[in-house]
Design a protein around this ligand. Structure first.
Ligand SMILES: Cc1ncc(COP(=O)(O)O)c(C=O)c1O
Length: 417
């Protein structure tokens, strides 16, 4: 139950089998083979303690928050706000009111686009994104440009999938009002030099939004050390539920922004003549939020912190190293995205074989990988390929699973190549 420590949390040494025991979904077989789940960049799996915490809310605390004086409402409110505290501490925000619960990274970016973009960005201003963004960090900026007359600039990447920093620097001018880049790329795994990016952007007076959707589950994230103006991430990639994510914003910026959605909870007063807004963070949390999701995210963060960052990083580095070596050793396989600094993501193609076919063949072996453009079509265009197959790793993956993946990919190559 919620108060019980998981097997992992009591473990004093890294033991992947103990971690695996925390994730019930991993116990199943697929096509008669043990499930090997390597689609963690899309959504990671959920440990029992997070599932249990959601059940406790529904079974024993289910009630609306902030509005009730009764026992259950106060309990639910305490749990919901407790989750916000955990987020604050996890990303080292100054204040918990700087952490807004949103549906996911996509909504967080749209909130900034509406609240900051439409108020503070105008005709002739410029917004810089990178060539390796997820569609979520492209389309909202295109929309704000269409509305305001601002111009979208794209910092290019090289063939390895690294941002070309000289080109990024060249794009920065006093016209730059916003720089929005991924902390880590979902399609390629590239970790961007975000501390440098923030410093350079601030030097020309631009604000910076970092998309941490592929970073917080792999890298230590400190929004204050980074000096990020906005930072977004999404719960279902960090062992939490879907439908919940975080927008962090510096208090002064969030204060200056108009609300995104209107409705209950985000107001201080309402008359037919007009309304006034609630304080942060509630100004940006209109309506009944995803209470179970927020509480689940808080528990997921707690679980993840229990694993220990150093251990996670060491384990994932060994998975990345082995997968890189094993896949590149297969005749006809080409790795896509060979940046010097990467999170545990390996994208690849097989000469003459469509990635969807690779995905189907390896699925027969129980191996779940992702195939397609990974919501990053411009990355595929830049590299001149339609799609990739992508294996992405999490705390519960094992080195042995990579052997199975490599054998299945070799089989796909033999059958189809
Ligand atoms: C880099 C990146 N940004 C944004 C998103 C969007 O996340 P969500 O769909 O949870 O809003 C994703 C999800 O794949 C992602 O990988």
């Amino acid at each position: 139950m919620s108060g019980t420590l998981s097997t992992l949390e009591v473990a004093t040494t890294w033991d992947v089998e103990r971690i695996r025991a925390d994730f019930p979904v991993l116990e199943q077989t697929v096509n008669g083979k043990p499930l090997i789940y390597l689609d963690n960049s899309a959504s990671s799996q959920v440990p029992q303690v997070v599932i249990d915490r959601g059940s406790v809310y529904i079974e024993q605390e289910h009630s609306n928050i902030h509005r009730g004086v009764h026992y259950l409402s106060q309990k639910a409110t305490t749990a919901y706000e407790g989750a916000r505290e955990k987020v604050k501490q996890f990303i080292n925000a100054r204040e918990s009111r700087e952490c807004i619960f949103v549906r996911g990274a996509t909504e967080g970016i749209n909130l900034v686009m509406h609240g900051y973009g439409r108020k503070f960005i105008g005709a002739g201003d410029e917004i810089i994104i990178s060539a390796m963004e997820h569609h979520s960090n492209i389309v909202p900026w295109q929309q704000v440009c269409a509305r305001t007359g601002a111009v979208l600039r794209v910092a290019p990447m090289d063939d390895r999938g690294e941002l070309v920093m000289e080109e990024f620097e060249r794009l920065l001018t006093p016209r730059t009002k916003m720089v929005a880049v991924a902390h880590a790329s979902n399609a390629l795994g590239t970790v961007n030099p975000v501390d440098r990016i923030v410093r350079m952007a601030h030097n020309v007076g631009a604000k910076v939004l970092l998309d941490g959707s592929q970073a917080v589950q792999h890298l230590r994230t400190d929004v204050r050390a980074l000096d990020a103006d906005f930072y977004v991430f999404t719960g279902h990639k960090i062992y939490g539920p879907t439908g919940i994510g975080i927008l962090y914003g510096k208090e002064a910026l969030l204060d200056a922004m108009p609300p995104f959605l209107g409705g209950g909870d985000m107001i201080r007063t309402v008359t037919f003549e007009g309304s006034t807004w609630n304080d942060l963070p509630y100004k940006f949390e209109a309506g009944t939020p995803h209470i179970a999701g927020a509480i689940g995210l808080g528990r997921a963060i707690e679980y993840f912190q229990g694993v220990g960052f150093d251990a996670v990083q060491a384990h994932e580095a060994s998975l990345l190293e082995k997968a890189t070596a094993a896949l590149s050793a297969i005749d006809g396989v080409r790795l896509i995205g060979t940046a010097r600094e990467k999170v545990a993501v390996v994208s690849f193609i097989i000469d003459g074989v469509h990635p969807h076919d690779v995905g189907t063949i390896v699925d027969r072996e129980g191996v779940a990988i992702r195939t397609g453009h990974h919501c990053a079509q411009p990355v595929m265009d830049r590299l001149g390929i339609p799609a990739t197959a992508r294996a992405s790793f999490a705390v519960y993956n094992t080195l042995e699973e990579i052997d199975v993946l490599a054998a299945a990919v070799a089989r796909a190559r033999k059958l189809l190549g």
